[in-house]
Design a protein around this ligand. Sequence first.
Ligand SMILES: CC(C)(COP(=O)(O)OP(=O)(O)OC[C@H]1O[C@@H](n2cnc3c(N)ncnc32)[C@H](O)[C@@H]1OP(=O)(O)O)[C@@H](O)C(=O)NCCC(=O)NCCS
Length: 204
Amino acid sequence: MGSHENYERRTRIETPRLWLRPMREEDAELIVAWRNEPSTAAMFFIAPPTLDEHLRWFHSGREWRVDYVIVRKEEGRPIGVVNFRDIDEVRGVAEGGKLIGDLNSRGRGMAKEAFAAWLMYGFGTLGLRRVMIRTRTDNTANIRINEKLGFHVEERYRHRAADGVVREFVMMTLPRREVDRRPYFRSVDRQGYFDKERSDRGRA
Ligand SMILES: CC(C)(COP(=O)(O)OP(=O)(O)OC[C@H]1O[C@@H](n2cnc3c(N)ncnc32)[C@H](O)[C@@H]1OP(=O)(O)O)[C@@H](O)C(=O)NCCC(=O)NCCS
């Protein structure tokens, strides 16, 4: 069962300042605007979608992936998205992605907070064992966040970016056990990830 609905197992994932909820049709215009902002678009492998393309994609099966929207609690306002793509249930691996589209919400640690909660959802609820990320080498903000969450660079390679230029990318990975080692994850956890881990270990 690879449909996105199968991976939307929580209606809301909370963090201290944010909540994450499944992407909806009415998010379309905002997401398309975020993806089309030039400095953001340049960070992706594929060109940004038009509204029609986005809606076609939204209503397609969206297999082996899941997309949530990041909402700022204090304002109830969407500021970005997180996702897992190419979910491989046999190997327990998926590729993770994040975007803070609201430029005023960048640089406030919200990408790190949202993605930490998203990783715990991936490991704890979806049963992933490893998450990988592909990003441009010059995407310093993204690489710093990933490193702070425990990701390590596994591979460097060259690939054509969405702007048509061949650039250097890195592939970074995070095994599930890293979450236990980093106190930051505990400070963000509002879903009882660590309580569940303890009781799972107790049963083992
Ligand atoms: C990458 C992106 C998500 C970062 O969002 P952000 O809100 O600026 O990130 P945060 O504020 O959560 O940054 C978290 C950490 O990274 C560090 N950081 C952020 N930008 C940095 C920079 N330019 N240089 C060095 N460190 C940086 C911060 O110090 C912070 O660490 P701390 O909380 O421990 O102090 C955002 O720039 C974005 O959406 N870019 C376009 C889409 C994209 O590139 N997505 C990922 C690849 S597909």
